[in-house]
Design a protein around this ligand. Structure first.
Ligand SMILES: [Fe+2]
Length: 284
């Protein structure tokens, strides 16, 4: 969520320069779109699929942010702005608080179709925009931005970042015994969609705010633990409460290594860690 230094929102916003995309870029979008859309039904939650359908994204070319923003504005008041790379934390929160979603304009290359370590336009649009069409998540994201602006310590920023990661990016939802995903990183990665929902490797736990605050994450790999909410209204409760769970929280207890389970965990399924153990083994 952070790196370079910029003083205001305007310093971060760039032009999408849609006319400069090459045919190869559009082909990468079309391939990703076709492959991803085939994997989502039955795996992503209904709210996401409904939002995706209402967006009417072009299947064969990269979307223009103006056309995307037109649809979002009419539905939930959000719009897209192009930014370069990761934003400074302050500007990221400031844009969200104004219902502006900062999106990368570049698209991954064809070698990274299944999983992309850094967010690209496909992740930022196909992952995030459907959730921004949902009234609950639209409000949640704005309130999240406001909470970030109000944060006054590094530890609270860390808590917010972990909350964002384990919900908006890699969140699962379990309703009537059926486990689906609403996380945007999962939606935009065929590899993580399969891994998060079907692999024996990761732990899947019921949503637990205190546990999430204590759980570090990796932006550059599949997760060892995923958390499942019962309904998107759980997110709204956090937002309606002004994220006091973060802003008024005492210092969190020590971190829990992500792959570990602890006594207080409410476990949906315990993982065998095979994916991450194999990776560790290959590094030795
Ligand atoms: Fe994202």
């Amino acid at each position: 969520m952070s790196v370079a230094v910029a003083e205001s929102q305007d310093d971060c916003i760039i032009e999408q320069l849609w006319d400069q995309y090459t045919q190869k870029d559009h082909d990468a979008w079309a391939t990703l779109y076709r492959q991803t859309l085939a994997t989502l039904p039955g795996r992503m939650c209904d709210e996401y699929l409904h939002g995706l359908s209402k967006l009417g994204l072009p299947p064969d070319r990269i979307v223009r942010f103006e056309e995307l923003s037109d649809v979002l504005r009419k539905n939930t008041g959000w719009e897209y702005v192009a930014v370069s790379g990761f934003l400074p934390t302050k500007q990221f929160f400031s844009l969200l608080a104004d219902r502006k979603f900062p999106a990368n304009r570049s698209i991954r290359n064809l070698q990274e179709l299944e999983y992309q370590e850094l967010p690209d336009i496909f992740h930022d649009v196909v992952g995030h925009a459907p959730l921004l069409m949902d009234p609950i998540m639209a409000d949640f994201m704005q309130e999240f931005g406001k909470a970030g602006m109000a944060c006054d310590s590094e530890s609270k920023h860390t808590m917010l970042a972990r909350l964002y990661w384990f919900t908006v990016e890699v969140g699962l939802i379990q309703r009537n015994g059926s486990l689906k995903a609403y996380g945007t990183a999962i939606a935009s990665s065929a590899k993580e969609l399969e891994f998060a929902l079907q692999s024996h490797s990761p732990n899947r736990l019921h949503f637990d705010l205190e546990r999430i605050f204590r759980t570090p994450f990796s932006m550059y790999d599949l997760q060892e633990t995923y958390f499942a909410i019962d309904a998107l209204s759980q997110m709204l409760e956090l937002a309606n409460d002004g994220f006091s769970c973060v802003l008024k929280a005492p210092e969190p207890l020590p971190d829990i290594e992500q792959g570990r389970l602890v006594e207080t965990d409410s476990v949906i399924s315990a993982g065998d860690r095979s994916y991450h153990l194999a990776k560790l083994g290959s590094c030795v």
